[in-house]
Ligand binder design. Structure first.
Ligand SMILES: [Zn+2]
Ligand SMILES: [Zn+2]
Ligand SMILES: [Zn+2]
Length: 148
């Protein structure tokens, strides 16, 4: 079993991936774990306005490379980032869970508790990963839609 996201020990995580424990890195991690949806770079920028864009960009890139976060796209085509499960490692992502794009709030949710059926491709196709998306209303937005 992987630990719950909130119990992630961020310092250990950085240690394990041979990344220096810097304050901005720890803040990015704790901010991402505090949200139940994926986070875009503009989202992070608006909260951490004391960290410049380039630094933030480098942090996200390094985290993605190391298998700490993975990239998902929202309906606007903006890259969002979400924390990986502990089975991801440098150069090997295993984030083959369903991503839910809400058409209302445009949030992207990782539904990683959902078990996906094995997908068999036609002969000759050699998949290196799967990205699965669903679109619709998230619980928050579907509740609002009912009230109308
Ligand atoms: Zn991953
Ligand atoms: Zn929504
Ligand atoms: Zn995900």
């Amino acid at each position: 079993m992987e630990p719950a996201r909130n119990n992630f020990h961020f310092e250990d995580l950085l240690n394990r991936h041979h990344l220096k424990k810097t304050a901005p890195r720890l803040r990015v991690l704790s901010m991402m774990s505090a949200r139940n949806a994926a986070t875009s770079q503009p989202d992070l920028e608006s909260v951490m306005n004391d960290i410049d864009r380039v630094t933030l960009y480098r942090i996200l890139n390094a985290f993605e490379e190391k298998g700490i976060i993975h990239k998902v796209f929202d309906l606007n085509g903006t890259a969002n980032y979400a924390l990986c499960s502990s089975s991801c490692d440098e150069g090997h992502h295993h984030d083959e869970h369903l991503h839910f794009n809400c058409t209302q709030c445009k949030n992207v949710y990782c539904l990683d508790d959902l078990h996906l059926p094995a997908i068999t491709l036609p002969p000759g196709f050699e998949p290196q990963g799967f990205t699965l998306y669903a679109t619709g209303l998230c619980p928050k937005c579907s509740k609002k839609a009912v009230k109308k």
